[in-house]
Design a protein around this ligand. Structure first.
Ligand SMILES: C[S@@+](CC[C@H](N)C(=O)[O-])C[C@H]1O[C@@H](n2cnc3c(N)ncnc32)[C@H](O)[C@@H]1O
Length: 499
């Protein structure tokens, strides 16, 4: 009887771990699960594995506990230029083609190493880009690297590795991109280190793609050697969300053992020597949107302060409120239709739906916000910026328009103007927490850690006063609790490295 009860507890624990971390422990890996729980128990405040299982089953783990569990249950096996054929496909075809297509236009590239472990994968891509772009300075390169395990992220941000991380790496790697430490290890050179930014993100639970966490409009996503640990349902959910996170024509790289045609059915599989990569082939879109078919209203003859709008709903809130709120019959169907297209990752169609009904929504924040998100998620920054400006012209004192304008400007590399827009957003709404967070990120990446700390402290202060599980305005579903954790992980992993 005791045995049956125990095995029932472990079965429930297996289900709980699958739900919270996405990790699948089939019966043959039960020992791994038990070992991980045993190791995590003291850190979680339990005497032993049995007490830990009972405690976690009685009260499901919060995010902090999930991270502790992740640091004992995940496998941190990785190395530089792992899986050469994939790296060669990136180096010889995918990245050069992207570079050729962008050169002379909007010179930007966005890469996401999802489940980056200790950073070798993200730095490998950074090194490839460094070699492919002699004019790197004139490019806006974003390498977002995320993992669930904070310990791995700390190692990634420090950028110091032992010999084992270089197995199979080309000989020039250490010579050109690493400095020897006193204890026979190697630290990545600052020029490469600052190209990648590392944050904690749980692929099983967190909201993505999102402008706020820089997980949208990606050209290349590497999600390798992690899907294999997930349940089949989660594998499908994650590949669907990564599909949304890519621009049309963007690429997904999985490991060869994970590259099943069925799982990646929504992509086009492209064969390279020894590797297969998956391309998102969306409908062909026009290069730029025509200007809106309406003219902004003239400035209202009232002082700005009296014309202060009610707080702008987030995209997620807008989805929900669309069903409940009463709105002009002509306007509502197009917004609701666009919201549902957006949820499905059909950003181009969502934008088209909104654009054709622009005249019905001259000052509607939910409408503009969704349109700007839909354009930005396709990487159509010039269009997104133009609509932010139309939104601001129509409604000068709305803080969301200024915030989204800043996010787009940052992506275009215009830090000065972006900073001013963020300050404007905060002037209009001192409690606009994402603007404080973005100012912190901007200061950090500009090598001003003290200023960054001040902005992050302001953001944390505001976050503590908010309901923890409520999505933040303009965040694509990021909650106050998760943003506080993001800020904590940034401070812990990157701290002063970027200065
Ligand atoms: C074997 S490593 C892969 C590292 C690298 N992508 C590679 O292919 O070399 C697997 C990584 O997935 C991470 N991971 C596991 N579950 C995750 C989740 N739910 N969300 C994000 N990362 C996760 C682990 O922490 C670990 O760093």
């Amino acid at each position: 009887l005791l045995n049956a009860a125990l095995s029932d507890e472990w079965a429930r624990m297996t289900a709980l771990i699958a739900e919270c971390l996405g990790l699948h422990f089939p019966p043959e890996r039960r020992n791994d699960l038990e070992r991980g729980i045993r190791e995590a128990a003291p850190e979680l405040g339990y005497e032993d594995a049995a007490a830990c299982v009972a405690g976690l089953l009685a009260a499901p783990p919060g995010n902090a506990q999930i991270r502790v569990l992740a640091s004992h249950l995940t496998i941190g096996e990785t190395y530089f230029f792992r899986d050469r054929p994939v790296m060669e496909a990136l180096a010889e075809t995918v990245l050069p083609e992207l570079i050729r297509a962008r050169r002379g236009g909007e010179q930007r590239l966005r890469i996401w190493s999802a489940a980056c472990c200790s950073g070798e994968e993200a730095y490998s891509v950074a090194i490839l880009l460094h070699r492919l772009l002699p004019d790197l300075r004139d490019w806006q390169v974003t390498i977002t690297a995320t993992d669930i395990n904070p310990r791995f992220l700390q190692k990634a941000a420090a950028g110091t590795y032992g010999e084992w991380s270089f197995r199979g790496a080309p000989a020039w790697l250490k010579q050109q991109y690493f400095e020897r430490t006193g204890d026979g290890r190697y630290t990545i050179v600052p020029e490469i280190r600052k190209m990648a930014s590392f944050t904690c993100l749980n692929l099983a639970k967190d909201a993505y793609p999102s402008l706020a966490t820089d997980t949208n409009a990606m050209d290349v996503v590497l999600c390798r050697n992690v899907l294999m640990y997930f349940t089949p349902a989660l594998m499908r959910e994650v590949t669907g969300k990564l599909h949304h996170a890519l621009v049309d024509g963007g690429w997904l790289a999985a490991s060869p053992s994970e590259s099943s045609a069925e799982l990646f059915a929504q992509f086009t599989g492209v064969n390279f020597p020894g590797a297969i990569l998956f391309r998102k082939d969306g409908a062909v879109r026009p290069a730029a949107l025509p200007p809106p078919a309406w003219t902004p209203r003239p400035e209202p003859f009232v002082p700005a302060a009296m014309d202060f709008p009610s707080p702008m709903p987030s995209v997620a809130q807008a989805f929900e409120s669309a069903v409940e709120t009463e709105a002009p019959v002509t306007a509502q169907p197009s917004l609701a239709a666009a919201q549902s297209l957006y949820r499905e990752g059909r950003y181009a169609e969502a934008a088209d739906t909104l654009r054709v009904s622009a005249a019905d929504h001259p000052r509607d924040g939910a409408f503009f916000s969704l349109l700007v998100h839909a354009l930005a998620n396709q990487g159509r920054l010039a269009d997104a910026l133009a609509w932010c400006e139309r939104w601001i012209a129509a409604d000068k004192v709305n803080c969301s328009g200024h915030y989204l304008r800043a996010v787009v400007l940052l992506e275009q590399g215009d830090r000065v103007e972006a900073r001013m827009s963020l300050q404007r957003a905060i002037y209009l709404d001192p409690e606009f927490v994402l603007a404080h967070y973005a100012l912190g990120n901007l200061a950090r990446s500009s090598g001003k850690p003290d200023e960054a700390d001040r902005h992050f402290a302001n953001a944390l202060l505001l976050l503590h006063g908010r309901p923890p599980d409520e999505p933040l305005p303009e965040s694509d579903g990021l909650t106050a609790r998760r943003l506080a954790e993001f800020i904590a992980s940034l401070t812990a992993t990157q701290g002063r490295h970027d200065s």
